[in-house]
Design a binder for this molecule. Structure first.
Ligand code: SF4
Length: 322
């Protein structure tokens, strides 16, 4: 497996809560070519911020360190102009809320074709290519839809337009941030099927950000479980979700019995997520962890290989079983 993207020791510091906080702390993961890596976690776990760091879409004033290796360059050091080139042409981005992300006063054809026009393509060629893209993402009657505005489409169709925009530049990687959260269950399944097809048929790698373990169980090859801005666990999706090596993953999976029959035991996730601006000392998960001990309150657990290909940031990973 060849890594297309490597995130190494990423840190992001932001001002907030009366001071500055390291909201992303020593996060490392990779995305292999033509595979889907899932970033999972509750709201505030840092999954969206980690993914947006890759394409330079961080809040103003954010300070970063570490390395984001993309084709032998570190995107954290890349100038804004280079990042704009990467976004769209090399890495496509799909946002959670297409209505907010799309321009309400431009037709969808104009928006999907924007990157092609900027690349110097002629008008008629752009139209032909946009029609192909709309057809590729499953929009019926592209000739009829190319000139409509976003508000004239359903939520599922708007998300398909976002996917067409992400594909227009011919990216090798697509970052999809909660792409199905705003959709009904049937539409969710169709969009996930489309994303899976794109990966299989066109070899586009995906970094899928979601709080929904059912989505991950169906789509991801590898998963990175995040808690309070740190990686809690990482490894092949099926193994991590079936046989967690971190109490946080186990609790998440137990809250969604459909994810794994092996983890369908009563152990609901107690308490509120940690605030990354004010993490508990030691293991940030210790106030919610059913097996926390004294050491957990003082010593931050490092991400270590718990078994071949499986990494866990828990002092007692060997005791965590399904
Ligand atoms: Fe629980 Fe301790 Fe492991 Fe953290 S290090 S997950 S508190 S057992």
């Amino acid at each position: 497996m060849t890594d297309l993207l490597q995130v190494e020791d990423l840190e992001v510091a932001l001002a907030g809560g009366g001071g500055e906080g390291t909201v992303i702390d020593s996060v490392s993961f990779s995305v292999a070519a033509a595979r889907t890596t899932g970033l999972i976690g509750e709201s505030g776990s840092g999954k969206t911020m980690s993914s947006m760091s890759i394409v330079g879409l961080l809040p103003a004033g954010a300070k970063t360190s570490g390395r984001i290796a993309w084709k032998s360059e570190n995107l954290l050091d890349a100038p804004a102009r280079r990042l704009r080139q990467v976004r769209g042409h090399e890495i496509g981005v799909i946002f959670q809320d297409p209505l907010a992300a799309l321009n309400p006063i431009q037709t969808i054809g104009r928006q999907v074709g924007e990157i092609l026009r900027r690349g110097g393509m002629r008008r008629q060629e752009v139209r032909t290519k946009v029609l192909q893209l709309l057809d590729r993402v499953g929009i019926p009657d592209p000739e009829q839809r190319i000139d409509v505005y976003p508000h004239e489409m359903s939520g599922g169709m708007r998300q398909r337009v976002m996917i067409a925009m992400a594909l227009a530049g011919g990216p090798q990687l697509i970052i999809a941030d909660e792409p199905t959260t705003a959709l009904d269950v049937t539409t969710q399944a169709r969009i996930l099927k489309l994303l899976a097809d794109l990966r299989e048929q066109e070899g586009v790698a995906m970094l899928l950000v979601s709080h929904d373990l059912r989505v991950m169980a169906h789509v991801a090859d590898d998963v990175v479980v995040m808690y309070a801005g740190r990686v809690a666990e990482r490894g092949p999706a099926r193994e991590v979700l079936d046989k967690p090596r971190h109490p946080y993953t186990r609790a998440l999976a137990n809250n969604v019995p459909a994810v794994s029959t092996k983890t369908a035991i009563a152990e609901p996730l107690q308490g509120a997520p940690a605030n990354p601006f004010d993490r508990p000392a030691g293991c940030a998960f210790h106030p919610r962890c059913p097996i926390a001990r004294e050491r957990c309150r003082t010593e931050v657990p490092q991400l270590r290989e718990a078994e071949p290909g499986r990494f866990s940031a828990c002092h007692y990973a060997s005791e965590v079983s399904s």
